[in-house]
Every structure is written in structure tokens, then in C-alpha cells.
Design a binder for this molecule. Structure first.
Ligand SMILES: [Zn+2]
Length: 278
């Protein structure tokens, strides 16, 4: 029997990472961080295999999306890396996967989570899915639902976990650090963080095997509201077919097709990147 896991890895949710300097190369801080991230991703892969997974695809979702050393991925996991992916943090997912893991995720812009933001910290001030404030995990769940794949695991700080549980109740969660502010946290030792992630990933995979993990419980038609930092950004986002202006800085993407909503959101993120002045 096969079990395919789609693992979307970010970076800000790794234990020990509390500053942008650690998340952007080049530099010695970034080199340290990418090793910490690699260990957490590998802990999730190892745990998945402990729980019955037979294949893992890692989709690198942070920055230039090439943060991991391919040869050092555990269990010969495949690695989807590089920029300009139409399905961005969910690129590579399709119906053949049995579950989605979110590793090293962070809280939404506006939350007290470490390095909190929602896709683009210079564009998005808040996002709500069916009325619930969501970060990237919640938004990305639209793509999971669109492909009929459950989300089984999320790792990050306590704020990220609480936010994710609000929209995806009952999934396996692992807290690797406790945010004090957006730039300070009490971090588990990396070894302890990785042990907790491996355990959480094993539990998640075991639940996938027994059919205990459900599809994201998002009521359709779903409604994604995005607050932008400026009115220009809302205006530009509304140039995309399927995105409606709902206020000076607010747009709405609504519909019965969760994947379509996610695609529209990714397009809005891309188009608003062209605005540099705020
Ligand atoms: Zn990131």
C-alpha cells in the first residue's frame, strides 16, 4: 500500500529563527537557518515514514524557494524548488497525494506570531476565509480541498498553531517555539523540536492510514476577503477577473471552486508585488 505526502515547507516557523536576517541569504545567519530548517523538514519526512508513508514530495515555499540541500533530504524525498510557481506554496499537489503537511509555518500578518505575515508583508494586512482570520495555512487549505487532499500536520509557533486550528480543527500540530513578540521567542532546542516534529508527523501519517483525517471543513461557496495595505493594491487586485472590490482596501474572492479561489489569490499576490511605494 502506498501513502504519498505533500510537504510544503516555509522557514519562519523553525525553532531558533526569530529575525528576517536569518531567513534571507546570503549570509552566515541564513546558512545556519537553512540547516535548522532542513533538520525540521527531515524530521517530518522521517516521522511520515515511521507512520506508513511511502513517498514524500517537498515543495519549498519560502523566499526564492530553494532553501534546502536536495541531496540531504531524508528518504530520497523529491524536491520541488525554484520561483514562479502558479500554485506557489501548493505547487505539485494533485489528487494522487494522501495528505498535506505544513512545516515551519508562521502566523498571519497582524498576529503576534514570530515574523508574522500573510504571503507578502508589504501588501497584505489581513485575510479572512469564511469570516475567520487566516494565515497561509488556512489560505493554502483551499488548494488542498480543491485537490481532495486532507491537511494532516502543521508545525510552527503557538500563534500559528492556534490560528490553523481555528480553520482546520483536529489536525496534528507541533509547537516548536513560543512567540513573545514578532521578533522574540522561547525556542525549543533544535533536537527537541525535531523529536516533537517526528512524533507529530508519525501520528499524522498513522491517522491518514486509518482515514482519521478529514478534508478541510470549508463551507462552499467559500469567501476569501483580503485587506491590503493601500487602496492601490486593492484596485490592482480587482483588475483580475473573479476578484471584486469590497471596500477601499478590501477585495473578495468567492466561489464553489476552492482551487480557483487559491489561484486568484496567488495572481493577486503576484500583481501587487509590482507596487513598491506604499
Ligand atoms: Zn516564508
Amino acid at each position: 500500500m502506498t501513502m504519498r505526502i505533500f510537504l510544503s515547507s516555509d522557514m519562519e516557523g523553525t525553532s531558533g529563527i526569530v529575525d528576517w536576517l536569518q531567513c534571507r541569504g546570503p549570509g552566515p545567519e541564513y546558512e545556519t537557518s537553512r540547516r535548522l530548517l532542513l533538520d525540521e523538514v527531515n524530521a517530518a519526512i522521517d516521522g511520515a515514514f515511521d507512520g506508513g508513508a511511502t513517498e514524500v514530495l517537498v515543495n519549498d515555499s519560502h523566499g526564492a524557494m530553494a532553501n534546502l540541500s536536495p541531496a540531504h533530504l531524508s528518504h530520497e524525498a523529491s524536491y520541488l524548488s525554484g520561483r514562479h510557481k502558479p500554485l506557489y506554496m501548493m505547487q505539485g499537489l494533485d489528487e494522487t497525494f494522501d495528505a498535506v503537511f505544513f512545516v515551519s509555518y508562521h502566523g498571519s500578518m497582524g498576529s503576534n506570531g514570530v515574523l508574522s505575515h500573510t504571503y507578502n508583508p508589504r501588501a497584505v494586512s489581513a485575510a479572512r476565509l469564511n469570516g475567520i482570520t487566516v494565515g497561509e495555512a488556512g489560505i493554502n487549505a483551499l488548494a488542498a480541498l480543491g485537490h481532495d487532499v486532507p491537511v494532516a500536520l502543521v508545525t510552527g509557533d503557538q500563534v500559528t498553531i492556534a490560528e490553523t486550528e481555528a480553520i482546520l480543527p483536529g489536525i496534528e500540530t507541533v509547537v516548536v517555539k513560543h512567540a513573545a513578540t514578532r521578533f522574540a521567542a522561547m525556542n525549543l532546542h533544535p533536537v527537541a523540536a525535531c523529536r516533537a516534529i517526528r512524533d507529530g508527523a508519525r501520528r499524522a501519517a498513522q491517522r491518514v492510514a486509518t482515514g482519521d483525517v478529514k478534508l478541510p471543513p470549508l463551507t462552499l461557496p467559500a469567501r476569501l476577503e483580503i485587506d491590503w495595505l493601500s487602496a492601490d493594491m486593492a484596485e490592482m487586485a480587482a483588475w483580475i477577473d473573479g476578484i471584486e472590490r469590497a471596500g477601499e482596501r478590501v477585495v473578495v474572492i468567492e466561489g464553489d471552486e476552492p482551487l480557483q479561489i487559491y489561484r486568484h489569490f496567488v495572481a493577486a499576490i503576484a500583481i501587487t508585488r509590482s507596487i513598491v511605494e506604499t
